[in-house]
Design a binder for this molecule. Sequence first.
Ligand code: ATP
Length: 238
Amino acid sequence: SLAKGLLEVRRLKARYGPIEVLHGLALSVDKGQLVSLVGANGAGKTTLLRVLSGVHPASEGTVMFGGQDISRVSSHARVSLGICQAPEGRQVFGPMSVEDNLLLGAYRRRNAQLSERMEQVYLLFPVLKEKRRLLAGTLSGGQQQMLAIGRAPMGEPQLLLLDEPSLGLAPLFVAEILQVIDRLREQGMTILLVEQNARAALAMADFGYVVETGRIVKSGSGRELLGSDDVRRAYLGM
Ligand code: ATP
């Protein structure tokens, strides 16, 4: 295979009924990179992540993962391949403890390293350690969001898809969540991030893509995009 990236998306199209919303999109994510997708509401970012995780079908195009064509692979099988999408917002299991929620994220991994993984998550989110015996439903909204994200690295994904992990959070939590994502990247995790907070998302990205109405209109290193006049005007309010 000619694929060099861990993830290679080519000429990807997707539709809702008769309405096409992704019009032939291409992007790639190399192993160990943090790649950010920015773009206005409705540009198709969420749809793209749903197609990558396999919960929404592509109508055309190819998704290559680790050199394998996974375009027709079920969402379940993609999880087994190591593609993990952190649930949007605060989807945790309220009647279960914080610790049990974390263990759920590790269902692919039942081995001696489990408690080590958990300690690493607790290092990222000390508040989850403090509250590990409490029911997840008793956490604040921001803490539940941290738990939803903290669960993802428990399964040691090959590719982590994050859809607006800071959505609806108070600024203090936003900064904390973004820091954690940065640390996950430092630990070597490959991450594709969709984030409203374009400035922060590009500042920490190895590479970025600007999505407009179902197309990639610009790409470059995070630094290049942050310096681009178009991007500054459209997405950074400058
Ligand atoms: P946001 O930041 O608002 O989530 P987005 O960039 O993630 O925006 P999508 O949610 O992927 O964009 O939406 C892309 C287009 O698809 C929009 O025009 C949206 O109205 C449409 N769309 C999204 N979900 C559906 C659906 N279930 N049925 C029909 N159209 C949809």
